[in-house]
Design a protein around this ligand. Structure first.
Ligand SMILES: *Cc1c(COP(=O)(O)O)cnc(C)c1O
Length: 421
């Protein structure tokens, strides 16, 4: 099926007499007739539901839809985008290991990877996403376990050069993990360009209505763990907490997601609630329609800003003036996302003043939903970073992050105009 059809109908196929739309299975637990059967579920010898912290049918239907959209082999939902990125990395890296991370990433992920994971004993090297191949290769160590980046960085809007990053990761025997929250699989499918694992904050465009926090991890099934056995003992040697199961042998292409569920979800418990998964699915059903409008509105507004004398600079990968334009055309030619960043000639002070005057666009700690909103990263999402870290992350102190909604584009422009005046 094509992506539009998957958005509407993917992930769930009811049998005779069953609910037409994804049902909410609001139950923590599931009943079995024999104790032996339940025992087999615990040992992962049999497939089935037994406790919602590990798996729930509603969550699985929604994960399956996202998996189909990305073209992956297995997927799981998490309670938030943060949990998705944490699990995606921690599933294959532990104390004593090392990871390579693009410096242009979301502030929350930067904190998670660069500060918190370091405290957990994982060493992190950040690399400039525009670095040369030699600089990128120099970042790897003997104990490197993965490379992490964002397809379109929030809020720097850097478009990751997938092929450059995948080539470096694979030549060092590790997978490339990419957070694909901003373009969504409607605009970009990273697996087609060598990315191995994709994560999402479903909180953003997938939900699309600012109703539900959530995350998702999708595995392409392409990375051969057994070919790099020594690097990934968690997947390639027996797990004593599961009676000696070796995930990569037993579950093949589903090994990574199975381990992430059976091990990390079991122990950390960052499960999505079935009720929230239901809302995410409602969002997914119109994702293809909304992404088109987000992108076309954003391109119109980016061009308008570019021609505005009060505006100092505009960054939108869809603009020919953007240094990410070539990568955007290569990896997501039909559009990138609805997010634009720009600065006013009056700098940081003018940015704050202008934002206070907006009427249609609201100041909210959110991005990528149906309603137009703005944020000043230096004083909000990225406020724990120092100036040097801000610049490395592609966030200048005057940067306004404008998340263009799906309202009428003339109304959005009129609001920006009156606020600037
Ligand atoms: C928002 C966001 C996250 C974190 O998602 P939450 O659901 O808020 O935890 C991760 N990555 C990107 C790119 C985001 O925009």
């Amino acid at each position: 099926m094509n992506k539009e059809t998957i958005c509407v109908q993917g992930g769930y196929t009811p049998h005779n007499g069953e609910p037409r739309i994804i049902p909410i299975i609001q139950s923590t637990t599931f009943k079995y007739d024999s104790s032996e059967e339940m025992g087999k579920l615990f040992d992962l010898e049999k497939e089935g539901y037994f406790y919602t912290r590990l798996a729930n049918p509603t969550n699985d239907y929604v994960a399956k839809k996202i998996c189909e959209l990305e073209g992956g082999v297995a997927a799981m939902l998490t309670s938030s985008g943060q949990a998705a990125n944490f699990f995606a990395v921690f599933n294959i890296a532990e104390a004593g290991d090392h990871i390579v991370v693009s410096s242009a990433i979301y502030g929350g992920t930067f904190n998670l990877l660069v500060n918190t994971l370091t405290k957990m004993g994982i060493e992190v090297t950040t690399v400039d996403p525009y670095c040369t191949e030699d600089e990128l290769n120099a970042a790897f160590k003997e104990n490197t376990k993965c490379v992490f980046g964002e397809s379109v960085a929030n809020p720097a809007l850097t478009v990751l050069d997938f092929e450059k990053f995948a080539k470096a990761a694979h030549s060092h025997g590790v997978p490339l993990i990419v957070d694909n929250t901003f373009p969504t699989p409607i605009m970009c499918r990273p697996f087609e360009f060598g990315v191995d694992i994709v994560t999402h904050a479903t909180t953003k465009y997938m939900d699309g209505h600012a109703a539900t926090v959530g995350g998702c991890i999708v595995d392409s099934g392409n990375f051969d763990w057994m070919a790099h056995k020594d690097k990934f003992p968690g997947l390639c040697t027996p797990d004593e907490s599961y009676h000696g199961i070796t995930y990569a042998e037993r579950f093949g292409k589903a090994a990574y997601i199975t381990k992430c569920t059976a091990h990390l979800m079991r122990d950390f418990g960052a499960i999505q609630s079935p009720q929230n998964a239901f809302y995410i699915n409602l969002g997914l059903e119109t994702l293809h329609l909304r992404m088109e409008r987000h992108c076309s509105n954003a391109l119109t507004i980016a061009k308008w800003l570019e021609g505005n004398e009060k505006v100092a600079w505009v960054n939108y990968p869809g603009l020919e003036s953007s240094k990410d334009h070539a990568n955007a055309m290569k990896y997501m030619p039909n559009g990138t996302c609805g997010v634009i960043s720009f600065g006013l000639k009056g700098g940081r002070a003018a940015a704050e003043k202008m934002m206070d005057k907006l009427k249609l666009a609201a100041i909210v700690t959110h991005v990528a939903d149906a309603r137009t909103c703005v944020l000043h990263p230096a004083s909000h999402t990225h406020r724990q970073m120092n100036d040097e870290q801000l610049l490395k992350a592609g966030v200048s102190p005057d940067l306004i992050r404008l998340s263009v909604g799906i309202e009428n584009v003339d109304d959005i422009i009129a609001d920006l105009k009156q606020a600037m005046e």
